[in-house]
Design a protein around this ligand. Structure first.
Ligand SMILES: CCCC(=O)OP(=O)(O)O
Length: 302
C-alpha cells in the first residue's frame, strides 16, 4: 500500500531537485502562506508576479525571503499581465513550475494555451486532483475538474494517461481507473457509459498502459467494496479505484468541491501534460491545499 498522506509529498519534494515556481497573481493571503510554508519546509524558489505593494504587505515579517533571494517579486498591472509574465517565465526556462494565484482559471489557461509563449507540448493538458479523504484508506485522484469541458474518447484516453503519470509520481505503481457514469452498465442513451466501456477495452488490449481501467462504474461502486458487492459487480477496479475519470468538467468540479466542502478532504492539484506542471487549485482553497499542490507539482517534475 502506498503512503497516502499528502503531508508525505512535502518530505518528498524536499528530497528532489530544486524547483523554481512562477506564481501568477500572488497577491493572496493563502498563496503567500503556501509559499512561506514551502520555503520553511525547505523546497522551492519563487517568482511572484502581481501587485507588488500588496505582495510586500502580505509577506510582512517574511520579507527576509526577498532579501535572501528565495523570492523575487515582479510587478504586473493586471491579473492577465501577471498570468502572461508567469507563463513566459516557464516558457523561457526561468521557472519549471507554474502556479495559479488569485486569478480566474480561464485567465491563466488562456496564457498557458497561447500559441507564441504558451506551454503546450502537443499532449492533451488535463487537471489531476489528488485527495486525502478522512476515513478513507487511499488517495482518490479526480480528473478532470478544471480544464477539459466535454472530452471525447481520445481525449479521455490521454486524460487517463496524464493521471496515471501523476499517480506513479506519488508511488501508486499500477493505478486502478474507474471511468464514472450514472450507472454501471452500458446504456446507448448515456454516452459516458459507451466511452467507459471503450476505455476498458483499450486497457485490456494494451492501448492504455501502467493501469487497469474498468467501467462504467457509478461513484458508489467505484469507491466502496460494500456497494460493489451489494450490486453484484465483479471488477478488479470496483470498490478499489485510485483514479476517478469523470465524464465532463461539471461532474469533476462538483466532485472536487464536494470532497473539500462536505467531506473535509485535503487536496493537491495540478494540470499535467504541459511543458511544466501547473499548480491549479480553486482560488478559495486553503493554504494547506496550495502547499500540497506545490509539493505534488515538484514530485511530478521528477
Ligand atoms: C478546481 C479548480 C478550478 C476551479 O474551480 O477554480 P476556481 O474555484 O478558482 O474557479
Amino acid at each position: 500500500m502506498h503512503e497516502m498522506k499528502l503531508e508525505s509529498l512535502i518530505t518528498k519534494a524536499t528530497q528532489l531537485a530544486e524547483a523554481t515556481v512562477a506564481v501568477a497573481a500572488a497577491e493572496d493571503s493563502e498563496v503567500i502562506k503556501a509559499v512561506i510554508q514551502a520555503l520553511q519546509s525547505g523546497f522551492g524558489q519563487f517568482l511572484l508576479y502581481g501587485d507588488e505593494p500588496k505582495i510586500y504587505d502580505l509577506l510582512g515579517e517574511y520579507v527576509h525571503y526577498v532579501e535572501s533571494g528565495n523570492i523575487r517579486i515582479i510587478h504586473a498591472d493586471s491579473k492577465a499581465e501577471a498570468a502572461e509574465l508567469a507563463v513566459r517565465a516557464v516558457h523561457g526556462n526561468e521557472a519549471n513550475v507554474l502556479m495559479k494565484g488569485n486569478v480566474p482559471t480561464a485567465t491563466i489557461l488562456k496564457a498557458v494555451l497561447h500559441k507564441e509563449y504558451g506551454l503546450r507540448t502537443g499532449n492533451v493538458l488535463s487537471h489531476v486532483a489528488v485527495f486525502e479523504v478522512p476515513n478513507y484508506d487511499r488517495y482518490i485522484i479526480v480528473t478532470d475538474a478544471a480544464m477539459n469541458i466535454a472530452p471525447d474518447l481520445q481525449q479521455k484516453a490521454e486524460i487517463v494517461a496524464n493521471a496515471v503519470k501523476v499517480a506513479k509520481a506519488i508511488g501508486i505503481e499500477k493505478p486502478k481507473v474507474a471511468p464514472l457514469a450514472a450507472v454501471e452498465v452500458v446504456n446507448p442513451a448515456m454516452p459516458a457509459t459507451i466511452d467507459a466501456a471503450a476505455l476498458s477495452l483499450m486497457s485490456q488490449r494494451g492501448q492504455l498502459t501502467d493501469c487497469i481501467v474498468d467501467g462504467p462504474l457509478a461513484l458508489d461502486n467505484a469507491v466502496s467494496i460494500e456497494s460493489a458487492q451489494h450490486k453484484g459487480i465483479r471488477s478488479e477496479v470496483a470498490g478499489r479505484a485510485d483514479i476517478l475519470l469523470v465524464p465532463n468538467i461539471e461532474t469533476g468540479n462538483v466532485l472536487y468541491k464536494s470532497l473539500v466542502y462536505f467531506a473535509n478532504a485535503k487536496v493537491g492539484a495540478i494540470i499535467a501534460g504541459a511543458k511544466a506542471p501547473i499548480v491549479l487549485t480553486s482560488r478559495a482553497d486553503s493554504a494547506e491545499s496550495k502547499l500540497y499542490s506545490l509539493a505534488l507539482a515538484i514530485c511530478a517534475t521528477n
